[in-house]
Ligand binder design. Structure first.
Ligand code: GAR
Length: 192
């Protein structure tokens, strides 16, 4: 299964997917492209270091979302991508990609959806004072973190929890769950 990872930031989930492939924790999966809306993102640097092709763009260089998504779609089609993995991609997808990759786009989100959708889910959970939060991997639709849930992991918030300690706990779960879900989808595809 050929995947394209979309990332806007640090790319720790992206790096973990690459590592899971290297160590054969996941099999029959190949990352053939990193897409980023921030050419200066650390994720882009990681991709270059690992010799993964990169398509990066700046949204304001295009008249609208449709225009840059058409460019992305061209790349995805050329590379025969089977699955898009959003790993910290901080833009809502538009109809160009959603239609072309119906039920073939997944996202990792740092909360137990439907709680704390949108930006800074970890800060939202801390502000609200919940005692349990977590990680969700879901299919992507046109809404903000609203698509069908594939799997979730819970993370407890202790009384002495800080933002930093919670980010670390959440990331540990993301780094396990996302490669696991990718492997499951690859197995399903192979069985079809
Ligand atoms: C991850 O925690 C991911 O769940 C979150 O961005 C972070 C990216 O980290 N995504 C969202 O909040 C999407 N709504 P990374 O760049 O180190 O993988």
């Amino acid at each position: 299964m050929k995947i394209a990872v979309f990332a806007s930031g640090t790319g720790s989930n992206f790096a973990e997917i690459l590592e899971s492939i290297k160590t054969k924790k996941i099999k029959n999966v190949e990352v053939v492209l990193l897409v980023s809306d921030r050419p200066e993102a650390l994720a882009v640097r990681k991709a270059i270091n690992e010799s993964i092709p990169v398509f990066s763009f700046t949204a304001k260089d295009f008249p609208n979302k449709q225009a840059y998504e058409e460019k992305i779609l061209e790349k995805l089609t050329q590379l025969e991508i089977d699955l898009i993995v959003l790993a910290g991609y901080m833009r809502l997808l538009g109809h160009v990609l959603l239609q072309a990759f119906d039920q073939k786009i997944i996202n990792v989100h740092p909360s137990l959806l439907p709680a704390f959708a949108g930006k800074d889910a970890i800060g939202q959970a801390l502000d609200y004072g919940v005692k349990v939060t977590g990680v969700t991997v879901h299919f992507v639709d046109e809404g903000m973190d609203t698509g069908q849930i594939i799997d979730q992991r819970a993370v407890t918030i202790d009384s002495e929890e800080t933002r930093e300690t919670l980010i670390k706990k959440i990331q540990e779960q993301e780094h396990e769950l996302l490669p696991e879900v990718i492997q499951r989808l690859a197995n399903q595809e192979a069985a079809e």
